[in-house]
Design a protein around this ligand. Structure first.
Ligand code: UD1
Length: 417
């Protein structure tokens, strides 16, 4: 199993480009199932989750041109296999995103209940409830969701809980339903707007994406289109935290400052100087960071996907901070690993109390989920001595060429078997 070996102590300095957003690319690729024509997607990041999704779409009958490049063309002229098998979806919860499009286009779908990061129970009841309201008959048997509907119809759906992929799934399904669908208490994440832009370019009629009420007028069919995936706000934030923690000075290109307001506020509070232009962000950190309290919540509040990275920053900051995780019930697994690096953290329920110490110690640690892995990389970059991170396949699910980008910024990091 591959590992990362990091020699801590080098401040990050230099310039890198940010990749396309994993969480925007995944639903956009699934949108190809909604049309017989070709959907061309640009700025697709090279990640394991993307490869898994492309394999899944391929085995359903989608023809994919240049699946290993950043520009992917998908043609789902005929769908031959309306199944997402357990073996393919167990590592990636986002596979649930094929449910809505398959059902809307082909009238049937058999989807294994998803796996993914072990950060909580993560049920899919809201996806199912919404599709049932649109006329689908759904049964769960032998670990699979079996859904049928001759033609979905519009409905008013009020989510009990804000769900990102739930909103995306129902938005995609509603594009081909008869009549109007109104999604209330919808997620407002920028990735939802990106998907809506792609679907509208394909001929859908969606209004309100980015707000908590989304209205979709169903159309008889969608057509081919070209779409460029938005920049990855979580990758952007991760590098900014790493630069803050190491007292670095970095320029991030091909990103978008407007996607990160809550994160930038916290970095500024920690003491970083930040300036930005249309598609770049410059961060410089001259002093020891101050600890910052964090409470995760749906967009536009502070993202759960940045919580672990700020935990590492707080470990070496001045003062004591509380990080409260409100989205997932088991998302503090990195605490145990950070403690192996001498961090001073106490967990109480869904909150972690972090007392900053002058220096973390390099240690042998294990990545437990995608963003927890990123927190260990940041901890390794600031620690004294060598840190070895095991199980980095989690990292490869969500960060394109992370060691290449960190090396370009002066980090001492290498991958080993
Ligand atoms: C997406 C992101 C993930 C991010 C998360 C929260 C993708 C591919 N992944 O995950 O990186 O951490 O949003 O910002 O975009 N829930 C239910 N019932 C449902 C659906 C969700 O109870 O039917 C609960 C979940 O257990 C969780 C909360 O709602 O506690 C939010 O989950 P959700 O927004 O659905 O997360 P994902 O879409 O899986």
């Amino acid at each position: 199993m591959q590992k990362l070996i990091i020699e801590g102590g080098s401040p990050l300095r230099g310039e890198i480009s940010i990749s396309g957003a994993k969480n925007a690319a995944l639903p956009v690729l699934c949108a190809a199932l909604l049309t017989k024509e070709t959907l061309t997607v640009k700025n697709v990041p090279a990640l394991h989750d993307i490869t898994t999704m492309l394999s899944l779409l391929q085995q359903m009958g989608t023809t994919i041109a240049s699946p290993y490049s950043s520009e992917v063309s998908l043609s789902a002229a005929t769908l031959t296999h309306l199944v997402a098998p357990y073996e393919m979806v167990k590592t990636m919860r986002a596979a649930i995103l094929v449910l809505g499009p398959l059902l809307a286009r082909a009238g049937e779908a058999n989807i294994s209940l998803p796996g993914g990061c072990a950060i909580g129970l993560r049920p899919v009841d809201q996806h199912i409830k919404g599709l049932q309201a649109m006329g689908a008959e759904i049964q769960i048997k032998h670990g699979y969701i079996h859904a049928v509907a001759s033609r979905l119809h519009g409905a008013r759906i009020i989510f009990d809980i804000v769900t990102v992929t739930g909103t995306e799934n129902l938005m995609m399904a509603a594009t081909l339903a008869t009549g109007t669908t109104i999604l209330e208490n919808a997620a407002r994440e920028p990735e939802i707007m990106d998907l809506a832009n792609c679907l509208n370019a394909m001929g859908a009629n969606i209004q309100g994406a980015g707000t908590d009420i989304i209205t979709i007028e169903g159309v008889p069919s969608l057509h081919g289109a070209e779409h460029t995936v938005m920049p990855d706000r979580i990758e952007t934030g991760t590098f900014l935290v790493a630069a803050t923690a190491t007292k670095g000075d970095i320029y991030l290109r091909e990103t978008d400052v407007h996607l990160l307001d809550a994160v930038l506020d916290k970095l500024t509070e920690a003491g970083a100087a930040i300036d930005s232009g249309k598609d770049w962000i410059h961060l410089s950190m001259q002093k020891k960071p101050k600890s910052v309290n964090i409470r995760t919540a749906p967009y536009p509040a502070f993202p759960t996907d940045m919580q672990a990275q700020f935990m590492s920053l707080n470990c070496i900051a001045d003062g004591t901070a509380i990080i409260t995780e409100t989205i997932f019930e088991n998302r503090l697994m990195h605490v145990q690993e950070l403690k192996r690096m001498n961090a001073n953290i106490e967990v109480e329920g869904n909150a972690a109390i972090i007392s900053g110490i002058p220096q973390l110690d390099g240690a042998h640690v294990m990545a437990t989920d995608l963003r927890a892995s990123a927190s260990l990389v940041i901890a390794g970059l600031v620690a004294q001595g060598e840190t070895i991170i095991d199980r980095i396949y989690h990292l490869d699910r969500g960060y394109e060429n992370i060691e290449g980008k960190l090396t370009a910024l002066g980090a001492q990091i290498k991958r080993a078997q």
